[in-house]
Write a protein that binds this ligand. Structure first.
Ligand code: ARG
Length: 579
């Protein structure tokens, strides 16, 4: 484990003899101003632990902390202590850590004793088009899976498909009424989308249609081997086949495809458990749990008066199942902010039942994807019924076509143009989605997304390709690792200190991204590291530097490239070596 902040914090703790809460209060942060040093220690909490004023603590720390092989200079500044680290130590820890594939730069080994984490993500409704809203859950969830795996946790990525209940029953009704085998075979997603629209229009004119759907759902839930069951199987199989296209292009995989239907035979036990806990009430024939006691006005409906189960019933059964099956420390639900109440209610029911599981349930909400309305110029929600409905596959195709044009302009000689355009185009969308904190709405703006100079996927990818180009020109194999370290003089990398300090921030960034379920921290880290590298390369030559310097810089370049690839890998962005 080569987390540099940790090392320095340990030394400070040792010098002060700090333990327990005082030890925890020693947390380095980046300085406000780089001129002041590499890290700063704010002494507020530590001073409280020691019963002194912060400047007194800062002076004491500066006094006790002697320069050593890691720490070069210590200076108190009011309530802060500024620290400057030795350049050779920065270089050694960063470059060796990456090239020797040690944590936190590489996946933590099994000795990390990771926790089990369940991540419920993507989870589209079957027999409906996979559109932009699901894109966000898919890319955020997949990034969280990779981030937690990187930290050594045991991750269970679950696709909780919407393959049961009334929404599905409506779709089935539409298929029975208006479905066309030939159309479905031609373009399943498009046909299903048309059916979904037709159902909506027809249900407006004839409210009885919903009763028909409810009857089909009852027939499905009866468990009998009937027409509904066959239809369900058929539509489910077709949808899964169609979803696989976008999943493959995005490089997203799941550990479990346990959708709502998986809980068909588990809901009775879940209901019995709610009943036994004494919180289930009958309200006009329906079974509900009232939640005022836990601060939620709307009761949670778990069974309708006609006996039908609901989305909530299945989520409750799923929570019990996951808890028993995986003993997770956390269950993350990567679902749009519009389902906030749903997850509050789920947690509320568990809380009222006195289930410790309540604390593990975490809704990870996110904002909308907005499209520009060409007529009004306003940014509005990508609607599935409005004029701007877009299918994910078509959006990915458009991104790729745009990139293909840019390559034709900028680098027409490039080999494998189609494969690289696919990588860059798909990645640009993923990157754009993960750039801002997830709760913000995402503007879907081609020009912005594909700008090679902005804070974009192509910009960070270009840094990787540039570093690969340097290694190629120096005739260093791209897969070279620890062998590049032999006999290198770390002092010679002192002028790369800002690149090194940024590299050393990686472990901390991944940790925070996992804690806060915030992949944007990784995306922004990538932008920052790429920026530092580009600016380093503006003033430093590699190919024609003198031999010892060249050797050290090659190791730096190889390590930086590797770390950028790891960073992009965490968010699911490809890192081609030429572009
Ligand atoms: N199928 C739902 C939708 O498309 C999302 C399911 C999210 N996961 C869950 N456990 N409720 O809105």
């Amino acid at each position: 484990m080569t987390d540099i902040r940790q090392l320095v914090q340990d030394r400070i703790a040792q010098a002060l003899g700090a333990e327990g809460a005082a030890r925890d209060a020693i947390q380095l942060s980046p300085p406000k101003n780089r001129e002041h040093g590499d890290y700063a220690l704010g002494c507020f909490r530590l001073a409280q632990e020691r019963g002194e004023k912060p400047p007194v603590t800062a002076a004491a720390v500066a006094e006790l902390l002697q320069p050593d092989d890691l720490i070069e200079a210590v200076a108190p500044a009011g309530p802060f202590v500024n620290l400057r680290l030795r350049r050779a130590a920065l270089a050694r820890i960063a470059v060796e850590g990456v090239l020797q594939a040690e944590a936190p730069f590489a996946v933590a080994g099994p000795q990390a004793h990771g926790e089990a984490i369940v991540i419920d993500f993507s989870s589209p409704n079957i027999a409906k088009p996979f559109h932009m809203g699901h894109l966000r859950s898919t890319v955020i969830g997949a990034a969280l899976c990779r981030i937690h795996r990187h930290l050594g946790h045991e991750v269970h990525g679950v696709n909780h498909l919407g393959d049961w209940g009334m929404p599905f029953a409506k779709m089935m009704t539409a298929w029975m009424r208006f479905g066309d085998e030939t159309e479905l075979a031609k373009s399943p997603m498009r046909h299903m989308f048309d059916l979904y629209r037709q159902y909506g229009d027809a249900a407006k004119a004839d409210p009885q249609l919903d009763d028909e759907a409810a009857a089909h759902f009852r027939a499905l839930e009866s468990g009998a081997d009937n027409e509904e069951r066959k239809m369900w199987q058929f539509l489910r199989d077709e949808s899964l086949k169609a979803f696989q296209g976008p999943y493959d292009r995005l490089g997203v995989t799941f550990d479990h495809f346990t959708g709502e239907s998986f809980y068909e035979d588990k809901m009775e036990d879940a209901m019995a458990r709610v009943q036994a806990s004494g919180v289930l009430e009958i309200d006009e024939g329906a079974e509900v749990v009232k939640l005022e006691d836990v601060g939620i006005k709307v009761p949670c409906l778990l069974r309708k008066s006609d006996g039908a189960t609901l989305y909530h019933t299945r989520d409750l059964a799923a929570a019990f199942y996951r808890d028993a099956e995986f003993s997770p420390a956390r269950i993350l639900y990567v679902v749009g902010a519009e389902q906030k109440l749903h997850f509050e209610q789920l947690k509320g029911v568990l809380k009222r039942m006195g289930e410790p599981l309540a604390d593990k349930v975490e809704h990870v909400p996110f904002g909308l994807i907005l499209a520009k309305n060409e007529e009004t110029g306003k940014w509005e929600k990508f609607a599935s019924r409005g004029g701007n409905a877009i299918f994910l596959d078509e959006v990915l195709d458009e991104a790729v076509a745009n990139v293909r044009r840019i390559i034709e302009e900028k680098n027409p000689e490039l080999e494998d143009k189609d494969a690289i355009a696919e990588q860059i185009g798909v990645s640009a969308i993923v990157f754009n989605d993960l750039k801002n904190s997830r709760i913000k709405d995402v503007k879907f703006d081609w020009e912005q997304m594909l700008n090679f100079d902005g804070e974009t996927g192509p910009y960070v990818q270009y840094a990787v390709a540039r570093l690969a180009g340097i290694l190629r020109r120096c005739e260093v194999p791209l897969d070279a690792g620890a062998e590049l370290l032999d006999g290198i003089d770390h002092e010679l990398l002192a002028d790369a200190d800002q690149v090194l300090l940024t590299m050393l921030d990686f472990g901390n960034t991944v940790q925070r991204a996992a804690e806060q379920s915030e992949p944007s921290l990784i995306t922004n880290y990538g932008i920052r590291l790429a920026g530092e590298i580009h600016s380093y390369l503006r003033d430093h030559r590699v190919l024609d530097a003198e031999p010892a310097v060249k050797q050290a810089r090659i190791a730096l370049i190889a390590a930086a490239r590797q770390l950028l690839r790891t960073t992009l890998g965490l968010i699911g962005v490809a890192a081609p070596d030429r572009m």
